[in-house]
Design a protein around this ligand. Structure first.
Ligand code: HEM
Ligand SMILES: [Cu+2]
Length: 532
């Protein structure tokens, strides 16, 4: 089959002129819809656990609290984020490059693995067979199907990453795309490479743990597969090779989305593309190594190793982020000034398209992730400070700024673009979508601030009752801690409102939005050998 045989499978987007490979479009659809389903489950859990943190309400019993924290962390951080990223990889290769996506059936197979895994994990969590938190540190043990579910999900995602790489090869080889990759796709390529390393670390953590969880009736004593003990230190290092690196996938994907949204909404082009690409490469080189900041209180690791890893190596990645932190606003400013918005220092900013959800979502997510999340993260990674902040609410305070106020909000903003562009439905409630970005941003900032300040005052994370009502030893907390925990609850109500509005707009638009009729047009590889 030659590349031209696929020419009937394309349509042209009326607004952007992008060529969309229609079979790939259905794959994007299924991954995006799956992502939103898990966001909904995670969102319901979020409000329940946050209202338990709010001491005056203290909603859940302790068993349910831990079960729901597990379900919240896993559905949000793993299933919502990764399904969305898979949709992003297909979008970034097929649609952005105007290429075909190779192996559609294989793509469906990968989705099948992921959804089977995700459903298995959820069944185990909600039936109380996996109250181990999303970190699943041994010696806590869950039902074998919980680990197997995670492994299936990870294998599906891994195969998608390879498929994405292959799609880039095909785009070049068959002549759909020529020259260097667009910055967005380049950012996704960084994310995909980090993802491969991440998922392999995940296998090192979870495969032995899965074998360990199997009863002796399945793996009897004496079998070479029998594992009687998983060393917690070993698991924690392997786990964070997975868990931390997964956040760097999110970071690279989020930055890539920022460049795309800035471009779509203001026409921004990086002032220096090369610099941006170098910054992405710095992520690749430095950031995985920083994962030891999760193990700073682990006694088995030497101080030299910990300090070297979390300071010197980590800073390579921080430089990458600093480059983006200047490059993105500079790109927007240059684009705006070239439109004549040159009065004073800030007319370019005040007259930015704030009433467009693509722009407001991008700008808010950039500030929350880049400044609040980035700064708190670097502070927490310093060994000495980590000693007093480890396992306090300050930690979730930090990552609700990064992966929620940052990544999740950027994903939401992108969705508002993807629905008309890829899913061919007009957005229902576009005005509400703008408000949605602000509501979610304000809510999650309040949640994060409440967690951070309560954590600084000593409130532990993952604890259903910081008053430790029946404990032998009482800890004299500062009285200001309670208002901070109330902020977590109040912020959660606002953020969850924003989250449910997003789901409402997305679901209504995808299923009931006015159909945009596809303009089916032949599309042959423009750069194929012999093409005009
Ligand atoms: C409405 C939005 C959200 C609210 C109100 C919220 C609230 C919370 C609360 C109260 C906790 C428990 C903190 C503790 O006791 O240690 C928590 C934990 C967590 N959240 Fe969220 N969250 C939200 C959205 C998200 C999203 C979108 C993600 C990921 C993309 C996320 C990831 C996590 C993770 C990984 C944990 C840690 C679970 C654990 O310690 O095992 N959250 N969240
Ligand atoms: Cu980390």
């Amino acid at each position: 089959m030659s590349a031209t045989d696929f020419s009937d499978q394309f349509r042209t987007c009326q607004t952007t002129g992008l060529k969309v490979h229609r079979p790939a479009q259905r794959l994007i659809w299924i991954n995006a819809v799956s992502a939103v389903v898990f966001l909904l489950i995670g969102g319901v859990m979020a409000i329940l656990i946050a209202l338990t943190k709010w001491q005056a309400i203290h909603l859940l019993e302790q068993d349910l609290f831990y079960r729901f924290v597990t379900a919240h962390g896993t559905n949000m951080l793993v299933f919502w984020i990764v399904f969305f990223e898979m949709a992003g990889l297909i979008f970034g290769s097929a649609v952005v490059l105007g290429s075909r996506f190779p192996g559609i059936a294989f793509g469906w197979f990968n989705w099948g693995l992921m959804i089977t895994g995700a459903v298995m994990v959820n069944v185990m969590m909600f039936t109380g067979k996996a109250d181990v938190m999303f970190t699943a540190y041994p010696p806590l043990k869950a039902h074998p199907l919980f680990y197997l579910g995670i492994i299936l999900f990870a294998v599906g995602a891994l195969l998608y990453c390879f498929q994405f790489l292959y799609a880039l090869v095909i785009a070049k080889k068959e002549g759909w795309h020529k020259g260097s990759l667009p910055l967005f796709t380049f950012g996704l390529l960084t994310a995909a490479i980090i993802a491969i390393w991440t998922l392999l670390s995940g296998a090192i953590a979870f495969v032995p743990t899965f074998l360990w969880s199997l009863p002796k009736t399945i793996i009897p004593d004496g079998s070479f597969l029998r594992i009687n003990q998983v060393d917690p230190e070993f698991f924690r290092i392997a786990f964070w090779g997975f868990g931390h690196s997964a956040q760097q996938i999110n970071l690279a994907a989020t930055v890539a989305i920022w460049y795309l949204l800035a471009h779509l909404t203001t026409g921004a082009k990086p002032v220096n593309q090369k610099m941006c690409r170098i910054a992405f490469v710095l992520y690749l080189l430095g950031i995985n190594l920083g994962s030891v900041h999760h193990n700073l209180v682990d006694p088995g690791l030497s101080a030299t190793y910990r300090i070297f890893n979390t300071s010197y190596l980590f800073y390579a990645a921080v430089i990458g982020s600093l480059i983006h932190a200047f490059s993105l606003p500079a790109a927007v400013e240059t684009a705006q000034r070239s439109k004549g918005l040159t009065r004073g220092l800030f007319e370019w900013l005040t007259k930015a398209p704030w009433s467009h959800p693509g722009f407001s979502g991008f700008a808010l997510s950039f500030v929350i992730f880049g400044f609040l999340g980035g700064v708190t993260g670097v502070i927490l990674s310093v060994e000495q400070l980590n000693m007093v902040s480890h396992n306090t609410l300050r930690v979730p305070g930090h990552f609700h700024m990064t992966v929620v106020g940052g990544t999740t909000l950027a994903f939401m903003a992108l969705t508002y673009y993807v629905i008309p562009l890829v899913l061919q439905r007009k957005l229902i409630g576009e005005k509400l979508a703008v408000y949605q970005t602000y509501i979610f941003a304000v809510g999650i900032t309040i949640v994060s601030a409440g967690m951070t300040f309560a954590g600084i005052m000593g409130a532990p994370r993952r604890h259903y009752d910081i008053e430790m009502s029946n404990a032998v030893f009482q800890f004299p907390y500062a009285t200001a801690i309670k208002p901070m925990l109330s902020l977590v609850g109040i912020g959660a109500i606002i953020a969850a409102t924003g989250l449910f509005i997003f789901i409402g707009i997305a679901v209504l638009s995808v299923f009931f939005g006015e159909k945009i009729e596809p303009k089916v047009e032949k599309h042959v590889p423009p750069h194929a050998a012999g093409a005009a």
